[in-house]
Design a protein around this ligand. Sequence first.
Ligand SMILES: Nc1ncnc2c1ncn2[C@@H]1O[C@H](COP(=O)(O)OP(=O)(O)OP(=O)(O)O)[C@@H](O)[C@H]1O
Ligand SMILES: [Mg+2]
Length: 454
Amino acid sequence: MRTKLFLAFILIILLALFSNVVFERLIMTDFDEFLMGSDEDRIYWIMASVEGSFEDGEWYGIKLNEALHWGLMLGFESYVEDIKDGMIYSSEDVLASMEPNMVKRMKSFLKLPSGRGEYTWYPLYSRGRELGKLYVRPLERIGRIPIKEEIFRRRGREFLVTSFLIAGGGALLLAVLFAIYLSRPIRQLTISAEKIAKGDYSVEGKISERKSRDEINKLKESFNYMAEALRREDLLRKHLTSNIAHELRTPLTIIRGNLEAVEDGVISDPQAVFENIKDEIARIITLIEGIEDITRAEASFFKKGTALALDLKEFVESIAAGMRKIVEEKGLHLRTEGPPLTVLSYPEKLHIILKNLLTNAYKFTREGEIVVEWGKVSREDVKGFHLTVRDTGRGMTEEEIPNVFNRFYKGAESGGTGLGLAIVKELVTVLGGEVTVQSSLGQGTEFIVFLPIQ
Ligand SMILES: Nc1ncnc2c1ncn2[C@@H]1O[C@H](COP(=O)(O)OP(=O)(O)OP(=O)(O)O)[C@@H](O)[C@H]1O
Ligand SMILES: [Mg+2]
């Protein structure tokens, strides 16, 4: 990943530098064209002079000499060809007519004879009549003008090198920094994934928080979610296997003891033995059902189901109605209390939560009443509702309270599996809520479930 990012950056840098080269080339071409353009101007000047030396139907030698002389001064070797008589005058004739001193001076800034390149010809006219042709070719120049040209070209090359160094070097540095910065979360993800693969699920939150909602951040969120799911799965598996083994051992040992007694013929009341065995088998079945329930509650962490509009009053009263008979048979009173309230929630889960709390209240209360209350509440700006189950039962000791939500924890007179409140806690968490307990020994217990309105 890091290498790929880095290569991508290098490619971009090379493209940028390539565009620099193209840019420099274009400037140089423009410059060459500019120079050529000024050459053209000079040639037209010479042409005009040559044409000016044709007067009254004939060439004026002195003027012609002057025109080509100027031609030399302007950096051109040239000769004039008359339409009828052929070549009539050339730069060489000019040089021959000049004093040696003048020739010397001219040679100080022009390379003479240079004989460089092909001649180009231009037609000569006078009053609409064609006179002949002017042949011209540039002379190599020594001195001021070429030096300026050379300086300009050198500056161009320097510009290219400097931009290579500044842009290339800067971009390279940026590329390295970006590659490291962009690939860091991916590296963290990789490290965390490797840890998970080795069975270490404690990676949640270790991937640094980034505020933006970019793809990497979303990936990180999904990853943390996955890590949390795996951690829960792993914990659940570990707990369940050890607890199940423990919980199964007791009834199975009792069953085996009873069967061995039958085998040894030391049983006086076989009917009681069978009842015993049946009870223990029933315990095992309840345990398995409990495990199924908690596994289902765990699994709903991954699949919440659909929230439905729920008339809370109607919902609570119908569940209470189902329990009223056995509650009253025990001499207890069951009361429901709350405003008409419609919430968006998950009735199936809510049903399991309430049923477990009510069963406990019924189980651990000898006299008095069981109350179910509900209503709207807001907690730390989260709008929701509460479901409270209160009883006047045996209550709990301070030591017992922190354990009640643990799987397989059960107090005296439980007769159950100790999974009920663990299931409640699991489901409430899945729904994004919270469950709390208050209890005092001999006074009674109150469970408050807070759930956000979905
Ligand atoms: N309303 C209550 N009053 C007093 N003690 C309670 C109450 N509710 C729960 N407890 C204590 O918490 C323990 C755990 O409760 P939980 O519902 O998880 O298991 P259980 O009722 O013992 O078994 P299960 O619900 O699986 O049949 C109980 O055994 C009991 O000691
Ligand atoms: Mg219970």
